[in-house]
Design a protein around this ligand. Structure first.
Ligand SMILES: O=P(O)(O)O[C@@H]1C[C@H](O)[C@@H](CO)O1
Ligand SMILES: Nc1nc2[nH]cnc2c(=O)[nH]1
Length: 291
């Protein structure tokens, strides 16, 4: 049952981090994960050094359209950053340990703050396609049945056995992102809400959407939560944003169907605003004081 725990074990992650650090002089403080269709966020980095996932030792490969599969190091204003242009999902067949391995590598590279993005379906009836939701909390559905990135032996070099998740989403970073969003004039499409992760790859049935909406979720997706848990376990601060790429179907009268092309299209449409948000936000992130 625990045979996959080595996939994100300390030795494996250290070897990969060491390899990366030997190839670049950039020592990242901020780690960014690009969601579906949001790969252009990596373009904000200057003096880039990029690696294909396929050339990085122990790294998984991206298999999803809209996830380029490159790890990009670079500077944003004066902040050294590393950016995953493409993430891994459970539905690709990777173990949850492999899915979250890059987050531990972030930690071993020296990252203090992780900024995660995703594409998500809007369950909250007030939400519109193109809204940017600052995630304030999550519902970890796979976790309810024991599919959890921290299952297996705990390695104290990363963190404690029973980490708290009531403070998963950093409130200071949340305020900062909200303030920057308002300052940039995004108030009309800026939201805050609860993200629910499911395994995918099928989109939800109408009954499933109704259920998770009743449970308190504002948006639904197939990623991010596992990464957040692993980042918090090893003490990095987290800000996570969902781009509402489609409205979840909650009525049998509604003929619409979620599809990945629409998800990618919305990502391309909102990329410019997200780029501006990150470009303004990252230089203002406080350094140090990890929790
Ligand atoms: O990586 P994210 O969570 O942004 O990707 C979402 C979930 C699925 O991978 C895909 C569905 O269109 O987009
Ligand atoms: N599970 C899920 N993931 C998404 N990613 C983008 N849109 C959706 C959606 O409607 N459902």
């Amino acid at each position: 049952m625990f045979s996959e725990s080595a996939a994100n074990g300390f030795e494996e992650c250290s070897a990969t981090a060491k390899w990366l650090l030997s190839k670049t002089e950039i020592r990242p403080l901020v780690g960014i994960v690009c969601g579906s269709g949001l790969g252009s966020l990596a373009d904000i980095l200057e003096d880039q050094i990029a690696f294909q996932y396929s050339e990085i030792p122990n790294f998984p490969k991206s298999t999803v359209h809209g996830h380029a599969g490159r790890l990009v190091f670079g500077m944003l204003k004066k902040t050294p950053c590393v950016c995953m242009q493409g993430r891994f999902h459970l539905y690709e067949g990777y173990s949850i340990q492999k899915v979250t391995m890059p987050i531990r590598i972030f930690k071993l590279l020296g990252v203090e703050t992780v900024l995660l993005t995703n594409a998500a379906g809007g369950l909250n009836q007030d939400y519109n396609v193109g809204d940017i939701m600052i995630i304030k909390d999550h519902i970890n559905m796979p976790g309810f049945v024991g599919i959890h990135p921290l299952s297996g032996p705990n390695d104290e070099r990363f963190g404690i056995r029973f980490p708290s998740m009531s403070d998963a989403y950093d409130r200071e970073l949340h305020q900062l992102a909200h303030g920057v969003g308002v300052e940039l004039g995004y108030g009309d499409f800026l939201r805050e809400g609860v993200y629910c992760v499911l395994g995918g790859p099928s989109f939800e049935t109408i009954a499933e959407c109704r259920l998770i909406n009743k449970l308190g979720a504002d948006a639904v997706g197939m990623s991010t939560v596992h990464e957040v848990i692993v980042a918090r376990h090893c003490g990095m601060r987290v800000l996570a944003l969902s781009l509402i790429t489609n409205k979840a179907v909650l009525s049998y009268e509604n003929q619409e169907k979620a599809n990945h092309e629409e998800v990618l299209q919305t990502g391309r449409w909102r990329a410019e605003q997200l780029v501006k948000l990150f470009t303004t936000l990252v230089p203002r992130i406080p350094r140090g004081n990890n929790t």
